[in-house]
Design a protein around this ligand. Structure first.
Ligand code: FE
Ligand code: FE
Length: 282
């Protein structure tokens, strides 16, 4: 994607006056303020997500996207595609995705985090290009959770699971369901969305810590609520601190402050080229 295209997009789609007028720094407990006060569109999103994300659906999506035969494109082309998406599950951000990418990564840069982590922050939501392939938002964004076993009541909008056909399966609603205790998340099927999909795309290119972050960054019931401990193995326990660190940047860097994309672009162009090939399979 050319810089001029990103810039043109911003001029067309972003109402600067609005964002400057509304910019304020949120306190930590103002983020993800869901259940009591969630906007209608966020409730509607989770109702659909929790109703339709069955084990069968997840297995079907994995088989569909695992071959990575849908498209060949660069990271920059993927960003360009994403620019029109506003995440319906996110009560904290109404800006196009590219701003969230820069904000997350910039917050890491300020703290002198390693380059692979800054890159991970920059690209972590690129799996949302699933909407390009006509996937609905309920199968692309939002918090993720294990399927095929009992739902934790700490998963956001837990009550909506009563509408999921898996709710009535005695096997799936055992604590470990179809899994063995301590089997490790690598053996657990998560609800389908941009996390698992981008993990497939990046699998051969990034360090394992980066892949772990990408794969589980929306699993709030784990990294925020410490649920599902019975499914974790030693590898998960080793990786969990990275996930928790990442979450701080993913969430608390969200703001409606303006970012000077033009100035930042050369740094990120170099960073992306350092780790990733010019074109990726999607
Ligand atoms: Fe995400
Ligand atoms: Fe994010």
């Amino acid at each position: 994607m050319t810089l001029s295209k990103i810039f043109l997009f911003c001029l067309i789609h972003v109402n600067w006056a609005f964002f400057v007028a509304n910019a304020h720094t949120k306190g930590e407990n103002e983020f993800r303020y869901y259940e009591h006060n969630a906007p209608e569109h966020v409730k509607k999103f989770y109702k659909e997500n929790h109703t339709k994300q069955t084990l069968d659906f997840v297995l079907q999506q994995k088989a569909k996207y695992r071959p990575l035969d849908k498209k060949v494109m660069s990271v920059w082309e993927a960003f360009e595609q994403l620019n029109t998406l506003v995440d319906e599950s996110d009560p904290d951000l109404d800006l196009p995705q590219i701003y969230h990418a820069f904000q997350t990564a910039q917050a890491m840069r300020k703290d002198d985090q390693p380059r692979w982590l800054i890159l991970t922050g920059f690209i972590h939501d690129l799996g949302k290009v699933l909407t390009l392939f006509d996937e609905p938002q309920w199968a692309t964004v939002g918090d993720t959770f294990p399927v095929g076993c009992a739902y934790s009541n700490k998963v956001i909008f837990y009550d909506y699971f009563a509408n999921n056909p898996d709710w009535n399966s005695t096997t799936y609603q055992q604590e470990c369901g179809i899994y063995n205790p301590g089997c490790g998340l690598k053996n657990v099927h998560m609800s389908w969305g941009h996390d698992e999909y981008l993990y497939y795309v990046m699998k051969n290119h990034l360090p394992e810590e980066a892949l772990y972050i990408i794969r589980y960054h929306s699993f709030y019931a784990l990294h925020k609520e410490n649920e599902y401990q019975h499914l974790l193995d030693d590898y998960d326990k080793k990786m969990l601190p990275w996930l928790k660190l990442f979450q701080q940047y993913d969430l608390y860097s969200k703001s409606e402050e303006k970012i000077d994309i033009e100035k930042l672009y050369p740094y990120y162009k170099k960073l992306v080229a350092e780790f990733l090939p010019a074109k990726l399979n999607w």
